[in-house]
Design a protein around this ligand. Structure first.
Ligand code: GCU
Length: 596
């Protein structure tokens, strides 16, 4: 081809096969917690349902930009296409592709979802936002061929504005999700749960006015003798002088405030709410209107406080009768129904629990909603889990953003009492500064809740000696004496050697047991051995802790559990993976919690 006729066609037509860095153009900035929009109880159009789907091992769809490619040339002749979006496999969204068919079970990589939706504006100048509840891990959104959003982190919601100019009558949404594990991610390469991929939680469209209520928070002011409530609103635009009408009808509260130049307004009003607790999960309808916008929520008012070694709920000392759980459905992977969430809450209640540790990543917001309604305290955590690239700034930014997105999402939930910045990490300098900063982020974004982390025991000194303890409010540790270490007494020695002047909580203990496998109390994987481990744990820890969380409520799938007695599952559940069959130790724990 002669120099004079350089139409750039060569570059354009061969880009998809010759451009090693084809994906650079898609590396738009990630949406973050700053893009959060208060959408609870807002009217929405659900985009859940049947979507086109395909695994895209070679990223062909984005490499060739097939979502905007035309199947005709300049002379309108048909040209061969490598994709027909209307002919894609049909799958249910939200869902995990691993559960669609056996071939996809171990698939880790890129996948493409596609659907069209009709749009007709309802109000002049309305703005339209897409909210994706969660997509594991990195997610990109294309609207009518344009990349409009990119997010990382598999367990928190994100938002994309579908700007009006791009919205047409029939819109084509293409969403790519990539769950490939990467060293710099949160979590990183190795963890004890299954790496389900896909759009795992609901997608919704929200219509809001030009200036809308971007955030709304409400809580009992700490140390106010439970008699003062603060409500705060943040508008989408930094505008002063905008009226905001706050209301809690059942408490006779109807308060006007005016925004300051940053578009925020706050009121703190005297009130005598019935306090929220697991026994009395009292919720109040609250709302705020401003300009053309109006939002509402149902919140409980409670105070959680640390006093020396005590955890106080509404001024009274509380012992966390807990259990850990993963977010795993019998058939749906990480996508649960409310019935399945209630199965977790009800089984924990049946065991006598007042608290659930949602391990090791943010579970769906539906869980904290239901815990608010049914009275269950929640420990919420981000997956800074085991080995993490602690020196890497992008890793820290990812972790901090996941934490901030979680706090934004669940800040109004009375049931959520503890933010956890991670689980079982090495006590190195890099990790200490990484997690210390995460703890500070929690305090900055939400000063009213205690922060914790599940720390490792220092087996050299047989004590809880983690330097992170200084920067968290509740010191928690995981130990498996009787299982990984066969001497049951280990935990008693640790408690004897540990000098922590803060609440001390065991966030994990337990043993594997194959459901229905019976034998001697020293025979691994028998229900009798698991039960003995719990009897010993109870014997050695009673009266020395402020909380206890068995690992784990239900057996769960784990790619790192290869022993025939495990069969690809972590069998430390007190209940089988069928979520029904209880093991012996379940009753030992039930008996213990009933007495507490
Ligand atoms: C660790 C870890 C869990 C894991 C458990 C186990 O403590 O935090 O995620 O499943 O141990 O070994 O079973």
């Amino acid at each position: 081809m002669s120099k004079t006729s350089n139409t750039g066609k060569m570059e354009k037509d061969y880009d998809c096969i010759l451009n090693l860095d084809f994906d650079r153009r898609n590396q738009i900035p990630f949406t973050t917690a700053d893009d959060f929009i208060f959408t609870d109880n807002r009217k929405s159009e659900l985009l859940d349902g049947v979507w086109g789907f395909t695994p895209d091992v070679f990223q062909t769809v984005t490499r060739k930009q097939l979502f905007s490619a035309s199947n005709r040339d300049e002379q309108h002749r048909y040209v061969p296409m490598d994709m027909d979006f209307s002919e894609m496999e049909k799958v249910q969204v939200p869902g995990c592709w691993n559960c669609i068919r056996d071939q996809y079970w171990y698939y880790e990589g890129d996948a493409v979802y596609s659907r069209t939706f009709l749009y007709k504006s309802e109000k002049a100048q309305e703005r339209v936002f897409l909210r994706i509840g969660a997509a594991n891990y990195e997610c990109r959104v294309w609207l009518n061929g344009k990349l409009i959003a990119r997010h990382q982190g598999g367990f928190t919601p994100f938002y994309a504005e579908l700007d009006a100019i791009r919205l047409i009558h029939k819109n084509h949404l293409v969403i790519t999700v990539n769950n490939r594990r990467e060293r710099e991610q949160i979590p990183s390469m190795n963890y004890d749960w299954f790496n389900y991929g896909g759009i795992t939680r609901s997608l919704e469209l929200f219509r809001v006015p030009q200036i809308f209520i971007k955030d709304f928070s409400c809580h009992l002011i700490p140390d106010s003798d439970f008699e003062k409530i603060e409500m705060k609103v943040c508008l989408s635009t930094a505008i002063a002088g905008q009226n905001c009408q706050f209301s809690i009808p059942e408490l006779g509260i109807d308060e006007l405030a005016v925004t300051t130049e940053n578009g925020e307004a706050t009121v703190s009003v005297p009130a005598h709410p019935e306090l929220w607790s697991p026994e009395t999960p009292r919720l109040y309808n609250i709302s705020v209107s401003s300009g053309e916008d109006f939002v509402e929520d149902q919140v409980g008012f409670r105070e959680i406080k640390i006093q020396g070694k005590k955890i106080l709920l509404n001024g009274k000392e509380i012992f966390l009768k807990g259990v850990c759980c993963h977010e795993e459905s019998k058939n749906g992977g990480r996508t649960l129904s409310d019935e399945e969430r209630m199965e977790i809450i009800n089984t924990a209640k049946e065991m006598g629990c007042n608290a659930l540790r949602l391990a090791h990543y943010p579970h769906s917001e539906r869980m904290s909603r239901l815990a608010d309604q049914h009275g269950m305290l929640l420990w919420e955590e981000i997956p800074v889990y085991w080995a993490i690239d602690f020196m890497n700034e992008t890793t820290f930014a990812d972790a901090q953003n996941q934490m901030r997105e979680l706090i934004k999402r669940d800040k109004n939930r009375a049931s959520v009492i503890i933010w956890s910045v991670g689980n079982e990490n090495p006590d190195t300098e890099a990790r200490l500064s990484f997690m210390k900063c995460l703890a500070e982020t929690c305090k900055a974004d939400d000063p009213a809740r205690p922060v914790s982390a599940a720390c490792l025991v220092d087996v050299d000194t047989m004590s809880v000696k983690d330097r992170l303890a200084e920067f968290i409010d509740i010191v928690s540790f995981n130990q498996y004496y009787g299982w990984y270490y066969r001497d049951y007494e280990g935990v008693s020695e640790i408690l004897k050697n540990s000098t922590i002047n803060k609440p001390l909580v065991i966030t994990e203990t337990g043993a594997g047991a194959k459901t229905g496998h019976h034998g001697g109390t020293e025979e691994l994987f028998t229900e009798e051995h698991q039960d003995k481990v719990y009897q010993k744990q109870i014997e050695y820890t009673t009266g020395k802790l402020q909380g206890f969380f068995p690992w784990i409520l239900f057996d769960f799938i784990s790619p790192i559990r290869k022993h025939p007695m495990q069969g690809g599952k972590n069998s430390k559940g007190l209940v089988d993976m069928d979520k029904k069959t209880k093991k012996k130790a379940f009753y030992t724990m039930q008996n213990y919690y009933e007495k507490r």
